[in-house]
Design a protein around this ligand. Sequence first.
Ligand code: SF4
Length: 239
Amino acid sequence: MSNQTFSYATLAEQDYQQVNEHLAKGDTLDTLKWAYQQFGEKLVYACSFGAEAMVMIDLIYKVRKDAKIVFLDTNKHFKETYTLIDEVKSRYPELQIELKLPDLTLEQQAQQHGDELWKSNPDLCCNLRKIKPLHEALDGAQAWLSGLRRDQSPTRANTEYINPDPKFSSIKVCPLIHWTWDDVWNYIKTFQLPYNPLHDQGYPSIGCETCTLPVEDGADSRLGRWAHTTGKTECGLHS
Ligand code: SF4
């Protein structure tokens, strides 16, 4: 398998199936090793700095210390998230962490689209502040990593280890698809990883401060995301 050339343009459906069957026989580190062997520096991890991301970063660091990581800095994240990023930079100094900003400042966005676009048109806001910047960050990359887990939500239940991603003309690699929420926290506690303190205050999933609320214990982990809208549970990166 390692002699094959993998790219979004050349992979057929049966190739994805074959690779996914192969990766299902190994563990998470095997998936990461496979991905870095295939794509090398043309692999980018789009990191949210949520709980799953702490696991991903720790495992990635075992495979490739200078891995490229991009954080979509919408300018609207919690201060705790920015503090965590600084902690991660200290703990894993060789990682190449880029905070990718949108083209528009918040002021320019307000001038062009009105105040508080996240309330009036959250899809457009996510498009401007997340999806377009990720397109730019993935320019030149062959594949990207994501910490999606199948049990996070029904929209993620069919995610495979490697997935064709037509939105970004790329291959999306998801090493944690089979991990549970308990698996994630067992790993964080066992290896004493840093994590966002908001997780201890009822925020299982943490995005922009303007669009994230705490949820009741045991509720759907994404219920607090875009809770002020009807039905939106994804920013569009994964849908
Ligand atoms: S999560 Fe909210 S503030 Fe952040 S980009 Fe999306 S709509 Fe805008």
